[in-house]
Design a protein around this ligand. Structure first.
Ligand SMILES: Cc1cc2nc3c(=O)[nH]c(=O)nc-3n(C[C@H](O)[C@H](O)[C@H](O)COP(=O)(O)O)c2cc1C
Length: 344
């Protein structure tokens, strides 16, 4: 991936130290409990970037054990072939994708893929998609009867009954999907929020009220690219989701905003969007994420987990923190900052 922007790496040693505490011998500073699930690391490998959990295990040196959890590719009721090409396009500091939820359908995932996964290595999370509420419910129910550890609801899918608008862009529709899925599973239920809406906080609030145990913040941001030679859209689907470092500052703000809503309910957040280093991951943790997602960065550095784990552990040691949980939501803000779109 080409990086047009030279990244100013924030220092890993902030001026103000956090709590000073001696680490107990044998303590695992990176481990945490997420909705009651034991995670060995705060890193979550993101849906659509790791196939169905087996993709990177063929690469020498890669281990699923380096991630606290792995989210499988979005799964629908029936198999889907996905969108016509082009389906991905590299942009400065990011990529556009419109894969179109290519997947073999929930039957195949539950009967053929899940039995192949080694659940002793990490936690596996399903990513559920649907074009109707009934489809979301049916796919969630099927995963509820499977060994999967948790279910993430990708509310960014288009609602065919409402003319293709994404469920996740409207708080009412998001809440309806989450409430309906809640009724058919006792497994941890994660609502994956869309950034393509006016107020992500309202959506987060409604999803929590509807029964979400956790929130994933954020999914991709809609964008497009044009081939000036042909004057046609580069992406076959015209629009695609932008991911990678280009979206990191936006994702970080959304996590900060959603944390305000989620914290009183003790609802944890998987912060994601453009993370490529330990410093990025630390920013998300400080903003309020309990776990941090890595997606696009895996495409150019499949070994990124080791690097990020080491960097977080080194930071914790330097700050005298005994566990990563102590860092979550420790952002220091002034009380007189404005909560509106002021820049310049
Ligand atoms: C090629 C590709 C496919 C994706 N497929 C899915 C998907 O099936 N379900 C989903 O919820 N998110 C999907 N995403 C979004 C990612 O899971 C993630 O939320 C987003 O890319 C932001 O993180 P990143 O910048 O680290 O990639 C996909 C992203 C990419 C790049």
């Amino acid at each position: 991936m080409r990086y047009a922007i030279i990244r100013a790496m924030p220092t890993l040693k902030p001026e103000t130290p956090g709590h000073r505490a001696a680490a107990a011998p044998g303590a695992q500073p990176l481990s945490l409990a997420f909705c009651g699930l034991p995670f060995s690391s705060p890193i979550v490998l993101l849906s659509g970037c790791v196939g169905f959990g087996e993709e990177y295990t063929r690469i020498e040196g890669f281990s699923n054990r380096d991630a606290g959890a792995i989210v499988l590719k979005g799964t629908t009721g029936k198999p889907r072939l996905g969108n016509p090409p082009h389906r991905v396009y590299e942009t400065p500091a990011g990529m556009l994708n419109a894969i179109g939820l290519q997947n073999p359908g929930v039957d195949h995932v539950v009967h053929e893929i899940l039995p192949q996964l080694d659940f002793s290595e990490t936690r596996f999370i399903a990513n559920v998609c649907g074009s109707t509420i009934e489809e979301y419910v049916e796919v969630t129910r099927r995963f509820d009867e499977s060994p999967i550890d948790a279910v993430e609801i990708n509310i960014s899918c288009p609602n065919v009954r409402e003319g293709g608008v994404a469920f996740g862009n409207y708080p009412d529709m998001s809440a309806q999907v989450i409430a309906a899925c809640r009724r058919v599973t006792a497994k941890p239920l994660i609502a994956k929020l869309s950034p393509n809406q006016t107020d992500i906080r309202e959506n987060a609030r409604r999803c929590i009220e509807a029964g979400a145990d956790a929130l994933a913040v954020i999914n991709t941001i809609m964008g497009m690219a044009i081939d000036v030679r042909t004057r046609r859209p580069v992406i076959g689907n015209v629009q695609g989701g932008l991911s990678g470092p280009a979206i990191k500052p936006i994702a970080l703000l959304k996590v900060h905003q959603v944390y305000e809503v989620a914290r009183p309910h003790k609802v944890p957040i998987i912060g994601q969007g453009g993370i490529t280093s330990a410093a990025d991951a630390l920013e998300f943790l400080i903003a309020g994420a309990t776990a941090v997602g890595i997606g696009t960065a895996l495409f150019y550095d499949p070994m990124i987990c080791k690097r990020v784990n080491e960097g977080i552990a080194e930071y914790l040691r330097g700050q005298g923190l005994v566990s990563v949980g102590e860092l979550v939501g420790t952002l220091a803000t002034r009380s007189d900052t404005l909560d509106c779109a002021v820049s310049g």
